[in-house]
Design a protein around this ligand. Structure first.
Ligand SMILES: [Zn+2]
Length: 227
């Protein structure tokens, strides 16, 4: 089974729809595309489950089984734990009160660090994009519209409770997003350096080049704060 980069936009949309807009095994809404063993079609697996396939701990037959019966379509699946909302989520970060209608809460050096968008379909997941600096301070697209981009192990992903954690394998870059409710996301911790500029964010404050600010991010704007 190989990962796919040559899928058309329409093929990707069909795959997302078939899988319920999430990892077919665990329901995480950050995923990679994976070709199915029968050769026709592909499925969605989160970076963790994708890793199990790469390590041989999930067989092609098992993946086919999850694809046939995606977890998000099962009755017991708790959608409220994950960002399945038809609306742009409200955001909690930087000591600002609940940010609404702010798709790009922060840019650093002109780079959009986080982008949120409502799903294209009402039963889809919040579209999340994450752009962080690598160990050399160059920006890297870690997540692009929910697709996990690093395929070389340079970033790690982990679901811990209600948190999506993304960490650089080298350097101290990280982003931890907490799914407070399906339409509410808190930036629990974000840390990155891009071209020598340093940004650190928690729900209560943000630091730009070591200087702390509270409540600087504007609500109801395309870009909440340019750093
Ligand atoms: Zn998974």
């Amino acid at each position: 089974m190989s990962s796919l980069s040559e899928l058309s936009a329409q093929q990707r949309e069909d795959i997302r729809q078939a899988c319920g807009f999430a990892c077919v095994r665990c329901g995480v809404t950050i995923y990679r595309y994976l070709r199915l063993p029968d050769g026709n079609g592909a499925t969605l697996l989160c970076p963790t489950c994708h890793g199990l396939v790469e390590e041989g701990r999930l067989t092609p037959m098992q993946v086919q089984g999850f694809h046939t019966n995606p977890v998000v379509r099962q009755r017991h699946f708790a959608r409220d734990r994950l960002p399945f909302s038809p609306d742009l989520p409200a955001l909690i970060l930087g000591g600002s009160r609940l940010l609404k209608d702010t798709p790009i809460p922060l840019t650093l050096e002109g780079e959009p660090i986080l982008i949120f968008a409502p799903p294209r379909r009402s039963n889809g997941a919040t579209r999340i994009s994450v752009r962080l600096g690598d160990a050399d301070g160059e920006p890297v697209q870690v997540v692009e519209g929910n697709e996990w981009m690093p395929s070389d192990g340079s970033w790690h992903f982990l679901l811990r409770g209600d948190r999506y954690s993304m960490m650089a394998a080298r350097g101290d870059g990280l982003a931890i997003l907490r799914i407070v409710a399906r339409n509410r996301i808190a930036v629990e911790h974000l840390r990155t350096t891009i071209r020598g500029r340093r940004l650190e964010v928690t729900p209560d404050w943000l630091e730009i080049d070591g200087k702390r600010h509270v409540g600087r991010i504007g609500s109801g704007m395309l870009v909440g704060l340019e750093c």
